[in-house]
Design a protein around this ligand. Structure first.
Ligand SMILES: NC(=O)c1ccc[n+]([C@@H]2O[C@H](COP(=O)([O-])OP(=O)(O)OC[C@H]3O[C@@H](n4cnc5c(N)ncnc54)[C@H](O)[C@@H]3O)[C@@H](O)[C@H]2O)c1
Length: 305
């Protein structure tokens, strides 16, 4: 798993290991992983930058890897052109180069795209995988570009792939100090009685999914060989930012201090994923938001006070 030391990588590694897979993590830094003394029984950890294609190919051959997952990204929905330019040169182009090598070795590829940013603002109802992505942020555009290149290598060189489009995952191992992940940030600010800054008036709607459901769904897709397709992985239910804040206030028992700022052009008004394709293939009943928030609170804060 490239970018395996991050939020989704750790959760996916746990799910894959529980399902009997051997997992090796590659990341440019394990500092966060090690400072939190995580003891996940992976088969190996390697500090490698995704830009070092030769080192990755060497490892893939030495360790006899049969599937590479790519979770590495440095972009956020708010990232500007300069950040996109850097991502393209330093991460995406080397990753594109790697894809041809993986295809020639008959290896499989699991890519973490985005189920929010890729759809943009033009969809009325639940977003289906088959609609034309119309991203409105550089982050979303980078995901569209990456997906298209994977499909190109699949068409021309036979690469087998799964593209995962996660909606808004939340759960253990999420970093509350990042500018992505409303639930982790809101919990942290409310528990610590700090100001929460919200872009817009809080009416923006997103599809929040428990990270354990996401990790289990991806593991199930791999286990049942559902290759060469793109899957939304969300809850299928929309909640507004304001609703989330109120639910967390009630759970923590503290009123939030919220500052509503001007809306950003990069934030779509409403993103809810259509998850019927996923549900037609695997047994997938995502956790209800209220239950997920209680689970998050227990998992992350129960031992802290
Ligand atoms: N977390 C979300 O809300 C969310 C939602 C939809 C899609 N995604 C996508 O899923 C993927 C994983 O997300 P996440 O939340 O785990 O992110 P994260 O930031 O927690 O983890 C990403 C990991 O990639 C690593 N990385 C960054 N640059 C690298 C490089 N040059 N070489 C090697 N490793 C590098 C980081 O060190 C980090 O450990 C990303 O592509 C992200 O865009 C995330």
């Amino acid at each position: 798993m490239i970018g395996g030391a991050g939020f989704l990588g750790i959760n996916l590694a746990e799910a894959m290991i529980n399902a009997g897979h051997s997992v090796y993590l590659l990341d440019k830094s394990f500092a966060n992983f090690e400072s939190r003394r995580l003891s996940i029984p992976v088969n190996g950890k390697y500090e490698v930058d995704i830009g070092d294609t030769a080192a990755i190919i060497r490892l893939v051959d030495e360790l006899e890897i049969d599937c590479v997952a790519n979770l590495a990204s440095s972009l956020l929905p708010s990232s500007d052109y300069t950040a996109f330019d850097l991502e393209l040169r330093n991460m995406m182009l080397p990753a594109f180069q790697l894809l041809s090598h993986l295809a020639s070795r008959k290896m499989k590829y699991l890519y973490f795209s985005s189920g929010g940013a890729i759809y943009g603002d033009a969809v009325e109802g639940p977003c289906q995988e088959k609609i034309q992505p119309l991203p409105i942020s550089h982050y979303g555009y980078s995901k569209m570009l990456f997906e298209q290149y994977i499909e190109f290598v699949s068409r021309t060189a036979g690469l087998e792939y799964i593209i995962v489009r996660p909606s808004n995952p939340y759960g253990p191992h999420q970093n509350p100090n990042r500018k992505q992940g409303l639930i982790a940030v809101a919990f942290d600010k409310i528990v610590n009685r700090q100001l929460i800054e919200i872009w817009g008036d809080g009416s923006v709607i997103r599809d929040f999914v428990w990270v354990g459901d996401l990790a289990a769904a991806v593991t199930a897709l791999v286990d049942r060989n559902s290759w060469n397709a793109t899957y939304n992985v969300g809850s299928g239910v929309g909640s507004s930012v304001k609703q989330i804040i109120h639910l967390i206030e009630d759970l923590v028992g503290v009123r939030a201090d919220v500052e509503y700022k001007s809306a950003r052009q990069v934030d779509a008004t409403k993103i809810v994923l259509d998850i019927s394709k996923l549900q037609s293939l695997i047994n997938y009943q995502p956790l209800d938001l209220g239950e997920g928030l209680r689970k998050y609170f227990r998992a992350v804060y129960a031992t802290k006070s």
